[in-house]
Write a protein that binds this ligand. Sequence first.
Ligand code: ATR
Length: 290
Amino acid sequence: MDDQQSTYGLIGNPVAHSFSPAMLNTAFEALEVDAVYKLFPLKDNELDGFFQSLKEVSSPIFGLNVTVPYKEKVIPFLDALSPFAEKAGAVNTIMIDDKRKLTGYNTDGPGFICHLAELGVSTADQRIAILGAGGASRAILTSLCLDIERPESIKIINRTPQKAVDLVADLGQRMNVDNVSTVTSVEDLNIELCDILINTTTVGMKPTDPLLINPKLLHSHMLVYDLIYNPAQTLLLQAAVHAGARSANGLGMLYYQAVLALQHWAEQEIDVGVKLLMRDKLEEVCYGKH
Ligand code: ATR
């Protein structure tokens, strides 16, 4: 990172409720680098101009995170993609070098895998069910398909079935998806036989949201992972606890994707002490813990 004050930030729409500024500004302070992390709310028609301005040598911006709805849309603006981002077809991190060359990375999928590793969960030979086929599902599915710890099976269901079919077909052009299948009825997920259930949908954020699965099928030998971290325990995770299953929410994935993004910008591993500060800050801003 540069010695002069550099700017990093998040582009997306909306971005107002993001916890990334809290995490990344804590890291910059701890690393004693003169950098600031800002939010850049962008409308669709502002994307072009924003990326043009990034090319200017006077731009102070050296790194960006990308969130909904731009993770795929930013790709044409980039000069290079990491092999993983290229395979995923989605970018959540951009690094800009001194020559204003833009390189795209995806740390969402690897962030999920890092969190599973922290939980001591291997995906090797596991039977996995995924709810949802949006952007988060794309990143996770890519990671699961590229991981050497190959799951036995991955079943995906989505409210709009064709989107799940399209997602698997798209990824199948660049990786082996032989162990992936799409299903159209929730019974065909075979949750009772499943080792890991992952919710990537937005269902569960609101208190009135329904359960997408039959809670009676959850069991004590499985992990239920809900990407939603606010509320900390969705109805799905409550049902998991009730069934004696292991449960985890997506705060760990959020944390790891930020650490991995920072490591791309810094081009080095981040000190464990700094990482702990980032995690404490994230828990504090999200759940009010100190
Ligand atoms: P993200 O980047 O968080 O994955 P997204 O790409 O907008 O966000 O994907 C949202 C996911 O939640 C999709 O799988 C979406 O299903 P559709 O593809 O049918 O839209 C799913 N989702 C949102 N609301 C839902 C609901 N009420 N019931 C079931 N699935 C829902």
